[in-house]
Design a protein around this ligand. Structure first.
Ligand SMILES: O=c1nc[nH]c2c1ncn2[C@H]1C[C@H](O)[C@@H](COP(=O)(O)OP(=O)(O)OP(=O)(O)O)O1
Ligand SMILES: [Mg+2]
Length: 202
């Protein structure tokens, strides 16, 4: 595994919630981070059908554009009774002509479960793939997940995306209700980050 020796990286994401969480996870390590948005980088099209594929697209695009190592995050929620949907397409399910509408997307997921009379608990997993890419084309990939179940109606406004309907196993609160530091200690992103830490340690 190639180690990260550079002290500055690009966060190859345009999602404010992810940027906040990843910056907090990186904070103890003394690495300067700059976001793709701050550098004025475009958003590449996510044309792959896997988290790994799209994470690679985003990280390599940013690393080459900024000439710095770049860390991307491709993530989503996979619902068991919907054969893993929306999965890689979680953000797409929220797209409208006027931008993203996650309450609408969450309702669509719940309505599909109701239409199927899916039994309780309605289990699901958040998945996260982190990709660290260098301008020379090398990359390292780290995958994480957190298992839980979906609840309705939505509860909490502290997170982002699908957080208001996801209750991780062993907890009562949704990710949307939890203290952000509690989510960031047990999430799919934290799980992937625990593996990513290996590139930071000498
Ligand atoms: O912790 C999470 N809590 C709630 N929802 C989440 C989380 N993690 C991913 N999600 C959902 C919403 C997000 O929009 C989509 C990922 O889509 P994804 O393409 O990877 O990210 P994105 O387009 O929002 O930002 P970007 O590609 O610039 O990193 O899955
Ligand atoms: Mg995206």
């Amino acid at each position: 595994m190639r180690k990260l020796t550079e002290k500055k990286i690009v966060l190859a994401s345009h999602n404010a919630g992810k940027l906040r969480e990843i910056s907090e996870l990186l904070a103890p390590f003394g690495i300067e981070v700059v976001s793709a948005g701050e550098l004025g980088l475009e958003e590449p099209e996510e044309t792959e059908s896997t988290f790994v594929g799209n994470a690679r697209i985003k990280a390599h695009f940013a690393a080459k554009s900024a000439n710095l190592p770049a860390l991307s995050d491709d993530s989503g929620i996979s619902v068991d009774a919907l054969d893993g949907e929306p999965g890689v397409y979680t953000a797409d399910w929220a797209e409208t002509p006027n931008g993203r509408d996650f309450p609408m997307a969450m309702k669509k997921v719940w309505d599909k479960l109701e239409a199927k009379s899916a039994p309780l608990p309605r289990t699901a997993a958040f998945c996260c793939t982190l990709c660290l890419a260098w301008p020379d084309g090398h990359d390292e990939v780290f995958e994480g997940r957190v298992d839980g179940s979906l609840t309705w109606p939505m509860r909490g406004d502290r997170g982002f995306g699908f957080d208001p309907i996801f209750v991780p196993n062993g907890k009562e609160e949704t990710f949307g209700e939890m203290d952000p530091s509690e989510k960031n200690a047990m999430s799919h992103r934290a799980d992937a980050f625990a593996k990513f830490r290996a590139v930071l340690e000498t």
